[in-house]
Design a protein around this ligand. Structure first.
Ligand SMILES: NC(=O)c1ccc[n+]([C@@H]2O[C@H](COP(=O)([O-])OP(=O)(O)OC[C@H]3O[C@@H](n4cnc5c(N)ncnc54)[C@H](O)[C@@H]3O)[C@@H](O)[C@H]2O)c1
Length: 275
């Protein structure tokens, strides 16, 4: 069923489309002839990205943590274009710091955006996609950091682990019901975006600096990254992991550590490896 998801002439909804990976996905999708519904909380930046898209496009300022706003986004997408072939749950935020110092509101925001945003979209879009009774694909963005937790980024690690879990559960549910809707888990490695640009608290500023330097050195640009994502979609991949070098060794080590009942190692926090 995966291979028949419509690309050219299809419709994609992309959250977090005003910047970085989401904007890159939007630009590449338009090159493939996909009509777009772009959503982001930053209305001005979103309109700017939309103005550079050559296919049919609508920009819908949306805070993905707001369930009513996400429902309105789904209503708009289906009423304007009649179907949704691809849904990219891409919006996300990263904050750093010591777990016990991070304010409750910041912990809550990470959960509301990174988990709540995905949950809201699942609740609003999946029933409509199932009712449309045509092949469609949901692409949930976690991170390679959704497979191994990082000190000084507990809210990010926790929420990205949750996205990995929610996505796998959703895939199982849809398969069990014989749905034409399929799912992919997208786990980016370093991509040069604004994700890590926010000022970090003193305890994590060196760590974040090293992560930023690593992303600037090794990261792909969003426009290099997007075609790799679409290649995975066109293959019908569940796991879309365009930079396996950022995941495989760490995942193997972590799995071994758990199977061997070893303690987590104490990393050098000034040598950030990934997001
Ligand atoms: N850049 C990387 O190295 C990297 C690595 C792994 C995973 N990711 C993931 O990729 C996704 C995209 O991040 P990016 O790197 O392009 O970052 P980015 O900061 O450049 O873009 C994220 C976009 O999401 C939007 N956004 C944030 N909160 C929102 C909300 N509540 N509602 C709607 N929009 C909201 C922002 O306004 C921004 O336009 C995120 O989920 C991130 O966790 C990025």
């Amino acid at each position: 069923m995966n291979d028949t998801v419509r690309i050219n002439g299809g419709v994609a909804v992309i959250t977090g489309a005003a910047s970085g990976i989401g904007a890159g996905l939007a630009r590449h999708a338009s090159l493939l002839g996909i009509k777009l519904v772009l959503a982001d909380q930053s209305a001005d930046a979103l309109n700017k990205v939309a103005s550079e898209i050559s296919t049919d496009v609508i920009a819908v300022p949306t805070d993905v943590s707001d369930d009513e706003a996400v429902d309105a986004l789904a209503v708009t997408a289906f009423s304007e274009f009649g179907s949704v072939d691809l849904l990219f749950n891409n919006a996300g935020i990263l904050t750093s710091g010591l777990s016990w110092d991070i304010e409750k509101a910041i912990w809550q925001r990470a959960m509301d955006v990174n988990i709540g945003g995905v949950v809201n979209a699942i609740r609003s879009f999946v029933p409509r996609m199932i009712a449309a009774d045509r092949p469609a694909r949901i692409i949930n963005t976690a991170s390679v950091g959704g497979f191994y937790p990082s000190p000084l980024m507990a809210p990010y690690s926790a929420t990205k682990f949750a996205v990995v879990a929610i996505t796998e559960a959703l895939a199982g549910e849809l398969a069990q019901f014989g749905s034409k809707v399929s799912v992919s888990l997208l786990a980016p490695g370093p991509v040069k975006t604004d994700l890590m640009r926010d000022e970090a608290p003193a305890q994590s500023s060196k760590f974040m600096q090293s992560l930023r330097a690593m992303a600037d050195r090794k990261g792909l640009t969003p426009d290099q990254f997007a075609p790799l994502v679409f290649a995975g979609i066109e293959r019908g991949d569940y796991w879309i992991i365009p930079q396996p070098e950022s995941l495989d060794d760490r995942l193997r080590q972590r799995t071994e550590m758990i199977l061997n009942r070893e303690n987590p190692f104490a990393p050098d926090l000034h040598k950030g490896k990934t997001t």
